[in-house]
Write a protein that binds this ligand. Structure first.
Ligand code: ADP
Length: 258
């Protein structure tokens, strides 16, 4: 039986009196690639903050890697790439190599030595996102999509088992989105990293994800991508409060293959 990576049971969260998350049950297993979608204000960030231990749920439990989150020590098992990551302007004075090295700080401590083996880890992480030849470039000179790859490398450098990506395609040019999803798929299938990809945009549900969750305070859907294909546009339109057209090119592509 494959290992549980995230197990959430009966989770509820309120800010003051506003109930933002209600009765969330979610199971993510090793090797899953879960796409979590929901409109703005649906509670995605709040749920992520609960998973990352930043906010304490009012009710319910969270286990990460089979351990109650309150007893969790190995936080380096989790890599996190936020939507704000790719906001360096061209004046920012750090090389790509330096930015990725920062990913080792939580493991090494700020003032401990940086060994050759650590340099090797940075190089490996850059290679795995296809950015090694940019190592000496200034981070601010790169495009949004390239910066986002560098931030993924920064998250990868401590060998996480779970990678959480919050709106990672914001700032990635439309023509590079496809190859960005290819990269995520490679991290999932070739490196075996469990992925949680979170977005307001239902377009992230490509044929690369294995599972889908739809959030709007409650989880309105959670299951395999196969099952998700049976979800109707009407269901999703209720979730989003406006009409949703499910058949993006990815879905059409997939249908054509069968
Ligand atoms: P999403 O990430 O899906 O946009 P959020 O988790 O940010 O959703 O927000 C869910 C709801 O919680 C929204 O109604 C938002 O206004 C409210 N909210 C978020 N953060 C706070 C906060 N710090 N204090 C009070 N309300 C908040």
């Amino acid at each position: 039986m494959s290992q549980n990576i995230i197990k959430i049971e009966d989770l509820s969260y309120s800010y003051d009196r506003q109930n933002v998350l209600k009765d969330i049950n979610l199971l993510v297993k090793k090797g899953d690639f879960l796409g979590l979608v929901g409109p703005n204000g649906s509670g995605k960030s709040t749920l992520l903050k609960c998973i990352l231990g930043i906010q304490q749920p009012n009710q319910g439990s969270i286990e990460l890697f089979g351990t109650d989150i309150r007893k969790m020590k190995n936080w380096e098992k989790i890599g996190y790439v936020s939507q704000k990551a790719n906001s360096f302007n061209s004046g920012f004075p750090a090389s790509v190599f330096e930015v990725v090295s920062l990913g080792l700080v939580k493991k090494l401590g700020l003032f401990n030595g940086f060994k050759n083996s650590d340099k090797q880890k940075v190089t490996e992480a850059l290679k795995s996102v296809g950015m090694n030849e940019f190592a000496n470039r200034n981070i601010g000179e790169l495009s949004g999509g390239q910066q986002q790859r560098v931030f993924i490398a920064r998250a990868l450098v401590s060998n996480p088992e779970l990678l959480i990506l919050d709106e990672p395609t914001v700032g990635v040019d439309a023509e590079n989105v496809e190859s960005f999803y290819e990269l995520l798929s490679d991290l999932n299938t070739k490196l075996g990293i469990t992925l949680l990809l979170v977005s307001h945009d239902i377009g992230i549900i490509t044929d690369k994800v294995s599972h889908v969750a739809c959030l709007n305070k409650k989880l309105h859907f959670h299951g395999s991508r196969e099952k998700f294909k049976d979800a109707t546009e009407k269901d999703l339109s209720i979730l989003y409060g406006h009409s949703v057209h499910l058949l993006s090119h990815n879905h059409e592509h997939e249908e054509g293959e069968r």
